[in-house]
Design a protein around this ligand. Sequence first.
Ligand SMILES: [Zn+2]
Length: 214
Amino acid sequence: MGPRTEKVFYFLTWFFQGSSFLIPRAYAVMHRMHHEYSDTEKDPHSPHFFKDVFGMMWHTKKIYFDFVSGERTPESQFSGDLPVWDKMDKFGDSRWVRLAWGAIYTLFYLYFIFVKDASVFWLLLLPIHYLMGPVQGAAVNWMGHKYGYRNYNSKDDSRNTEPFGIILMGELFQNNHHEHPMSANFAQKWWEFDLTYPVLKMLSWLHIIKLKKA
Ligand SMILES: [Zn+2]
């Protein structure tokens, strides 16, 4: 995408991630490491070195914050061409902005409970909303390298986790993704379906992005 489109998507990333906004450059470095070191000890989030998903996520969180704070510098092979928008990062990462998002989510639920007589049990979903990013990260990284089938005999232990591959917008076709990391379509077999791919196709058709041949 062009630089102006990138800014728009950067902003939308913040808007939709809200309280659990991840600074894109730190995420990008971690994702590149995940591919290079997949399921080895240098992988930032391989399920094979932790007894539960919380241990894995705690480890991921530490690496993420070390990159954000500058305590750890990414290896040069992972730091090329990173998206940087310092002001947006500072704003999205500020405690007050995160708390404001949390308050907005809470008010949204309270509106339905008090004004529309919805059940109070909906509130049980609120913690998932506050932590949507880590919840999705935990699901993808834990299940995607542990449960499911393999189309390719890759060196790592990546898997295609059905039916969650579809629910998580194709993210859980991890085995396909590791075998074809540059492919915009995470589905490879005729019965698999990556819900994000048609969206990318549409954006490409509208000339908002340009898909590269993988
Ligand atoms: Zn993976």
